[in-house]
Design a protein around this ligand. Structure first.
Ligand code: ADP
Length: 617
C-alpha cells in the first residue's frame, strides 16, 4: 500500500474541514438572506404604497372620470416610479388602470383579475409573485385597497421586478463567496502552518529512529512540549539508551568471547544443524588450513575436505552424543594429528543449536611419544650389542676356551672393550638426561667465566688421544673473552667436538680451536680437516644415536650421543650449535653462546628457558 505523508494528510483534512465549514456557513447565510430579504422587500413595497395612498385617493376623487383620473394619477405614478425604482399601478374598482409608472395606462388591459388586485379591490391587503403580462418579466406585487368614505375606490399596486431582488441576492452571494475565498485562503495557510508544526516532531522522530536503527545513539531526540509527542520522544530516547547499553554489553561480551576463543590453543568449530560453520577460532582455522573469516556460513564438508572428519561431525549431530576421535590430516611436510572432541550445543532453554567440535593438535605429542619409544628401542639396541657380545665370549670361555690362554686373553680383551663401550653409552646417556633435566628445571648454574678456562681444560683432556693419533691441536683463545656459562658443561661440549675432530681426522692433520666474540654472541669454533660429513647427513647428526657410518663410529669408540649432548648443553645456555662440512675437506663446528644476558652481569645466572637449537649447514 502506498504510504501517505502525515503533513499532507493533516493538511488535506484541515482543508476539507475548512471548505465544508465555509460552504455550510456561506450557503446558510445566502439561504437566510433569501428568507429575510423577500419579506423585507414586500414590506418596503407596502410602505411605499401606504406613503402615496392618500395622494392617489385624492387624485381619484379629483379626476372624476377615467380620463381625468388618468391625467391626475398617471404622472404621479411615473414620477414615483422614477424616484423609487418601483412600479406603481393604480386600478379602479372595475379593473381600469388609471396610472402606471412603466406603461401607458390607456393601453393596459383590465387588471381586475390580477390576483393581488382582486384581493385589494375586495378590501384585503395582498402580495403576489407572478409574470407580468404587461412587462413580460416575473414581478413581486403588493396591492392595498384605496378606501374613501368607507368604500373601496380602487387598488394601489406597488411592484418590483424579481430580477432586481435576484441581483441583490447574487451580489450578496458574490460578497459571501469573496469573503469565503479570503477565509479559505487564510485558514488554509494557517492549517498548513499547524500541520507542519504537528508533523515536524514526528518527522524528526522518524529521522531519530532511523539514526538509532543505524546504531547512532549519540544524538538524542528533542523532547517537544506537546505531552503525547514529548512523551513519545522521551520513550524513544530511553529505548535508545537501553539499546545502546545492551549493544555495548553484547559487543563487549562478544569481544571477550572472541578474545578467549582466539587465544585458545585448542581449535573450536561450531556447526549448525544444517552442517554450516557458525564460528571458527584462529587455532581451528590454522589447524584446518582455512581462512576463518571466509568459511563462516559454508558447509563444513566443503571447508574441511576430510571424509573422517565429516563422518565424525555427522555422527555427533545424529546421535547427539559426545565423541572423541583422533584424526589425521594431510599437510605439506608431514601429517597433522588432531584429537577431535564433538558435543551437541544447546541454548539456555535446552534447545538443540548444533554441534561443537574442539580440536587439539597432538602431532608434537605423538612425535614425542614416538621419539621416546624410538629412543628406548635405540638404547636397548645399542646396549644389546655389547651385552650379546660379552655374553657370547663369556659362554665360549666357560665352555673351555678359558683353558687356551692366548685365546682367553683375546676374548677377555674383547669383553673389556665391550664393557667399556657399555660404560661409555651409559655415561653419555646419564649426562644427556642430567643436562636435559637440569635445563628443564632451571637448575643449570651459570656464572660469568672466561672461555679460555673450559676450552683449555677440554684441550688438555684430549691432548693424549690427539698425540696418540699424531694430531696437532692449535688453540686461539684470548683470556679476556667472557660469557655467562656453566664452565663444566661448556668444557664437556668442547671436549665432545674435539673428540670427534680427532676421531674423524687422519693422522698428521691439524685441529684448530678458537674463541671469538662480537656484539651478539661468543663463538667457540672447532675445525678439523678430516673426512667431513655429506650434506644430506648434516640435518641429522645432532639426533641421538645417529652415526653416518655406524661400524666406523663404533670401532672408533663413538656412541652416537656426543653431538646430542653438545646440542642440549647449548640449548641450556640459550645458544645453538652449527656445522659446516664438506666431504674429505673437513668440518667446522661452532658453539654460539649469547652475550646479551652476560654483558654487565656480575652474579650467577640460571638458564630458565633454553631456546631451540638452530642448525646451519
Ligand atoms: P659419535 O659418538 O658416533 O661420534 P656423535 O654424536 O658425536 O657420535 O656424532 C654423530 C656422527 O656425526 C658421527 O657418527 C659422525 O659420523 C659424524 N661426525 C661428528 N663429528 C664429525 C667430524 N668432526 N667429522 C666427521 N664426521 C663427524
Amino acid at each position: 500500500m502506498p504510504t501517505k505523508r502525515l503533513l499532507s494528510q493533516l493538511y488535506i483534512s484541515y482543508l476539507l474541514v475548512i471548505l465544508i465549514c465555509t460552504l455550510a456557513v456561506g450557503g446558510n447565510a445566502l439561504g437566510w438572506f433569501d428568507v429575510l430579504y423577500y419579506p423585507l422587500k414586500e414590506r418596503e413595497l407596502l410602505e411605499k404604497a401606504h406613503l402615496v395612498r392618500s395622494q392617489v385617493i385624492a387624485g381619484l376623487a379629483a379626476g372624476g372620470d377615467v380620463v381625468g383620473q388618468r391625467a391626475a394619477i398617471d404622472p404621479l405614478c411615473k414620477m414615483w416610479g422614477q424616484d423609487t425604482a418601483t412600479r406603481f399601478t393604480v386600478v379602479t374598482p372595475d379593473g381600469v388602470v388609471v396610472g402606471d409608472s412603466k406603461e401607458d395606462p390607456a393601453v393596459m388591459d383590465d387588471h381586475s383579475m390580477r390576483p393581488e388586485v382582486r384581493s385589494a379591490l375586495a378590501g384585503r391587503l395582498a402580495s403576489h409573485q407572478h409574470d407580468s403580462p404587461t412587462l413580460g418579466i416575473r414581478m413581486m406585487y403588493v396591492a392595498v385597497p384605496l378606501e374613501a368614505d368607507g368604500r373601496v375606490v380602487g387598488a394601489l399596486r406597488t411592484s418590483l421586478a424579481l430580477t432586481e431582488i435576484r441581483k441583490a441576492t447574487r451580489d450578496v452571494g458574490l460578497r459571501i463567496l469573496g469573503g469565503a475565498v479570503v477565509v479559505v485562503a487564510l485558514t488554509s495557510a494557517l492549517a498548513l502552518l499547524i500541520s507542519r508544526r504537528l508533523a515536524r516532531p514526528l518527522v524528526e522522530m522518524r529521522q531519530g529512529a532511523d539514526r538509532f536503527a543505524q546504531g547512532d545513539f549519540e544524538r538524542k531526540l528533542a523532547v517537544s512540549d506537546t505531552e503525547e509527542i514529548g512523551g513519545l520522544a522521551a520513550a524513544l530516547n530511553s529505548m535508545a539508551r537501553q539499546l545502546d547499553r545492551r549493544i555495548k554489553t553484547i559487543t563487549r561480551q562478544q569481544r571477550e568471547l572472541a578474545a578467549v576463543l582466539s587465544s585458545m590453543t585448542e581449535g573450536v568449530l561450531a556447526i549448525d544443524d544444517r552442517g554450516r560453520v557458525m564460528s571458527i577460532n584462529r587455532a581451528a582455522a590454522e589447524m584446518l588450513g582455512v581462512d576463518a573469516a571466509a568459511v563462516v556460513g559454508h558447509p563444513v564438508s566443503e571447508v574441511v575436505r576430510n571424509p573422517d572428519m565429516h563422518e565424525f561431525v555427522t555422527g555427533v549431530r545424529d546421535t547427539r552424543r559426545e565423541a572423541d576421535q583422533e584424526l589425521s590430516f594431510r599437510r605439506e611436510g608431514g601429517n597433522l594429528q588432531l584429537q577431535v572432541h564433538g558435543s551437541s550445543m544447546h541454548d539456555e532453554d535446552g534447545e538443540h543449536r548444533g554441534t561443537l567440535v574442539v580440536l587439539r593438535d597432538v602431532t608434537r605429542l605423538r612425535r614425542l611419544e614416538r621419539m621416546r619409544s624410538d629412543f628406548v628401542a635405540n638404547v636397548s639396541h645399542e646396549l644389546k650389542t655389547p651385552i650379546t657380545s660379552i655374553q657370547g665370549f663369556v659362554e665360549t670361555l666357560t665352555e673351555g676356551a678359558i683353558e687356551d690362554v692366548p685365546t682367553a686373553r683375546h676374548f677377555l680383551s674383547i669383553i673389556a672393550r665391550q664393557a667399556e663401550r657399555l660404560n661409555a653409552i651409559v655415561d653419555d646417556l646419564l649426562s644427556l638426561s642430567a643436562i636435559e633435566q637440569d635445563a628443564e628445571r632451571g637448575r643449570v648454574t651459570m656464572a660469568p667465566t672466561s672461555l679460555s678456562e673450559p676450552v683449555q681444560a677440554a684441550v688438555a683432556s684430549c691432548r693424549a688421544k690427539a698425540d696418540e693419533n699424531r694430531i696437532g691441536i692449535d688453540v686461539a683463545c684470548p683470556e679476556t673473552i667472557e660469557a655467562t656459562i656453566s664452565s663444566h658443561l661448556v668444557e664437556q661440549a668442547v671436549r665432545n667436538l674435539l673428540d670427534n675432530a680427532i676421531r674423524y681426522s687422519d693422522p698428521g692433520s691439524q685441529v684448530q680451536v678458537s674463541v671469538e666474540r662480537d656484539e651478539r654472541e661468543v663463538r667457540v669454533v672447532v675445525q678439523d680437516h678430516g673426512c667431513g660429513i655429506a650434506a644430506e647427513h648434516l640435518p641429522r647428526i645432532f639426533e641421538r644415536f645417529f652415526c653416518v657410518d655406524k661400524a666406523r663410529s663404533r670401532k672408533l669408540g663413538g656412541t652416537g650421543l656426543g653431538l646430542a649432548i653438545v646440542k642440549h648443553i647449548l640449548q641450556a645456555h640459550g645458544g645453538r650449535v652449527s656445522v659446516q662440512s664438506a666431504l674429505r675437506k673437513g668440518s667446522v663446528f661452532t658453539l654460539h653462546l649469547p652475550t646479551g644476558s652476560s654483558s654487565g652481569s656480575t652474579g650467577e645466572r640460571v638458564a630458565q628457558d633454553p631456546a631451540g637449537a638452530a642448525f646451519d649447514s
